[in-house]
Design a protein around this ligand. Structure first.
Ligand code: SAH
Length: 214
């Protein structure tokens, strides 16, 4: 276990702090969550490297720096309710849970949904809610959400997600008219006004669904 703790401390220092991540809550969560348990067994030795990694079924676990940067943009505080679209490995959801957020996460691929649910059970992560569905519809019964994070890239911002964002609220989502190439967009809602700010170029797998790619 200590070996992984050392890998995590090194990851936080070399990949996150040196690239400008400063939110103590984010840094502590990334020091705590056992990322090596969220990758396929054969890739465990590479879990703390500076790359996204394949998790099967054509999907990936995001690069640590991307997870940290998106999480920091959310300016999340413990106790807030957050919706994630694209559970995947469950790593991003675990980071948010570890920060004390009330996490709702949706995945559309049954195998990934089941795998993440089993892992959360094993890790005794309580109160993290998962759903198998097309997340571009959001999770209406559970909303509104103080924060929304989308970890797959679609051609536009799904309208139901904007509707389910609380006021005030922040959503971080990769958007791009071309597949595998997006800009990270930070959407804010305040006093009824919705604004979007395009940030860094990123490369996420497809957001597939009614309000995503066909
Ligand atoms: N947050 C994940 C990243 C996974 S990659 C992690 O930490 O590992 C993106 C995931 O989004 C994939 O698992 C993909 O199946 C899922 N996805 C794509 N479109 C979706 C949709 N409409 N609803 C829910 N999940 C979706």
């Amino acid at each position: 276990m200590t070996a992984y703790r050392i890998s995590r401390d090194r990851m936080v220092r070399d990949q996150l702090i040196t690239r400008g991540i400063t939110d103590p809550l984010v840094l502590e969560a990334m020091r705590t969550v056992p990322r090596h348990l969220f990758v396929p067994e054969a890739l465990v030795p590479r879990a703390y490297e500076d790359y996204p990694l394949p998790i099967g079924l054509g999907q990936t676990i995001s690069q640590p720096h991307v997870v940290a940067a998106m999480t920091e943009l959310l300016q999340a505080k413990p106790g807030m309710r957050i919706l994630e679209i694209g559970t995947g490995s469950g790593y991003q959801a675990a980071v948010l849970h570890s920060m004390g957020l009330e996490v709702y996460s949706i995945e559309r691929i049954p195998e990934l949904y089941t795998r993440a649910a089993d892992l959360f059970l094993r890790l005794r992560y309580r109160g993290l809610r998962l759903k198998l569905a097309d997340g571009t519809h959001g999770w209406e019964e559970a909303g509104p959400f103080d924060r929304i994070i989308v970890t797959a890239g679609g051609p536009s911002i799904p309208k139901p997600l904007v509707a389910q964002l609380a006021d005030p609220g922040i959503m971080v989502i990769p958007v791009g008219e071309e597949r595998r190439g997006q800009r990270l967009v930070c959407v804010t809602k305040e006093e009824g006004k919705v604004q979007g700010r395009a940030l860094d170029a990123v490369s996420f797998v497809d957001l597939v669904g009614t309000h995503g790619w066909a």
